[in-house]
Design a protein around this ligand. Structure first.
Ligand code: HPA
Length: 280
């Protein structure tokens, strides 16, 4: 599979129609659950589950901690559509295919998208188990050309040159902070850097990422945020800090550590997301 792939609109429409036939209402809020965070979907009531491989055009998730299901149900009185498990570029899909579900959400009428991910902490103040609200990102991967919007632009999806200076909705960020503080959850706001993965960063790369102003690093989220913003959605993104990266006393991160930290992070992220939904 190449980095890029041209996906016709009809393919997104077929997936949206397939899902629409199987759900009793139209969700307006979407959630994307990152590595080790899949059990956050347990909070969704009266839910219908659709496996990624059944849905036309959906990429099947291949990584442990990512079952790959669409869950539709109610959370805090809001109809929601949850991607339980996401697909990463490093799994071998094109950057357009990994963001396919986001465009399907756009067609289904999703207006607010809440994303979570597991990330390595670069900011020396961060501890494993902390939560970071994304204020901005450094899409190293997209800056180098792997942008999901590459290719002819269809104005029906969004503008050719979308502005990302307000990609992370200030109002939703403020709500998330308010909830975290009320719940006593260690909370930060910061800049997320995305790399393609799957290898973890070298100490020199960690030093570089700190120098350019990144507070956390991961292998997801940015392509989805770009597509969501292109489609006019309001975005809230939360990183669960699963491990910390110190270039001067380097401890190798591991996928097990990421999944384990998820156990502390799931109740924290669940509380923040529930609180935000109660307030919107
Ligand atoms: N680096 C990149 N991605 C990650 C990390 C990390 O240390 N932890 C969780 N996702």
């Amino acid at each position: 599979m190449h980095v890029h792939e041209a996906i016709p609109r009809s393919e997104y429409e077929a997936a949206a129609a397939w899902i629409r036939e199987r759900i009793p209402f139209s969700p307006r809020i979407g959630l994307v659950l990152g590595s080790g965070l899949a059990s956050l979907a347990d909070a969704v009531e009266g839910s219908i589950a659709l496996a990624f491989p059944e849905i036309p055009g959906f990429p099947a998730a291949t990584v442990e901690g990512h079952p790959g299901r669409v869950i539709v149900g109610q959370l805090e009185g809001h109809p929601v559509m949850v991607l339980q498990g996401r697909v990463h570029f490093y799994e071998g899909y094109s950057v357009q295919r990994i963001t396919f579900p986001i465009r399907v959400m756009q067609l289904l009428g999703i207006r607010i998208l809440i994303l979570t991910n597991a990330a390595g902490g670069l900011n020396p103040a961060f501890r494993p188990g902390d939560v970071m609200i994304l204020r901005d990102h450094i899409g190293l991967f997209g800056m180098a050309g792997a942008n999901p919007l590459r290719g002819p632009n269809e104005a029906d999806w969004g503008p050719r040159f979308p502005d990302l200076s307000r990609a992370y909705d200030p109002e939703l960020r403020a709500l998330a902070r308010e909830v975290a503080e009320a719940e006593g959850i260690p909370i930060h706001e910061g800049v997320y850097a995305m790399l393609g993965g799957p290898s973890f960063e070298t100490p020199a790369e960690v030093r570089f990422l700190r120098l350019i102003g990144a507070d956390a690093v991961g292998m997801s989220t940015v392509p989805e945020v770009i597509v969501a913003c292109h489609g006019g959605m309001r975005v809230l993104a939360l990183s669960g800090i699963s491990n910390v990266l110190n270039p001067d006393a380097f401890e190798p991160p591991s996928h097990e550590e990421v999944l384990q930290a998820g156990q502390v992070l799931v109740p924290r992220l669940t509380a923040i997301i529930r609180g935000v939904l109660r307030r919107i």
